[in-house]
Design a protein around this ligand. Sequence first.
Ligand SMILES: C[S@@+](CC[C@H](N)C(=O)[O-])C[C@H]1O[C@@H](n2cnc3c(N)ncnc32)[C@H](O)[C@@H]1O
Length: 211
Amino acid sequence: MKITSSIRDTEMQVTAYEKSWMDGVVYKYDDKCYTPIEHVAAIINMCRKVNGNILEIGSNTGVTARNLAMNFRDRIVYAVDYIGRNRTMCPDQSDENPELEVFKDCEDEPNVVCLHAKGESIRYDALVEVGAIFIDGGHTFEEVKADTMNALRFFRTKGGLILWHDCHQDETWSGVHRYVSKTHPEAKLIEETSVAYLFIQGSWLDSKHPQ
Ligand SMILES: C[S@@+](CC[C@H](N)C(=O)[O-])C[C@H]1O[C@@H](n2cnc3c(N)ncnc32)[C@H](O)[C@@H]1O
């Protein structure tokens, strides 16, 4: 998997986040957040390269969903997560059950749609013009594969952007890197992050799509 230097392009988005905060948008960001702010900025930066709404699979309390919503007021952010005992995640994710806190950080954003569902049961035909899918739900090889296969099927004719989080080369707990590097060697890892991405060619992606 190639490493890109896109993290450098993200400085602007970090500034945008700080500005939103300074403008009075109350935004909680602390050690409990699963996705470091630099990674969130990298995700936002990548989403700027495509048109369309954004789907996040595995939103937890909704920190990243909220950042996406604040940065793309003209887009819908679909936030997906679920609560309940029937959890199939890898053992190191066992403390990630959001329980009563699910979506608490994003549910008040006017452009966020919260969907209580597992990644594998998302009704893709009910989603409107999604151009980017951020996969951060179940991290086992099989779960990442299932979410990615659905995303690929969804983007088959229109095209779009797939992003994965926790694509750590050196971590054994997560199946993300194993799946992505094995199945999509053309995907790129954003330097200094564990965010990987892949553009899917299709008719709907516009000129923003970097060739
Ligand atoms: C690392 S947290 C997500 C953090 C969030 N993306 C963020 O940036 O703030 C992973 C989440 O995925 C959810 N999850 C695990 N398996 C899932 C599945 N099969 N479908 C949907 N969500 C899932 C967990 O409940 C957990 O809240």
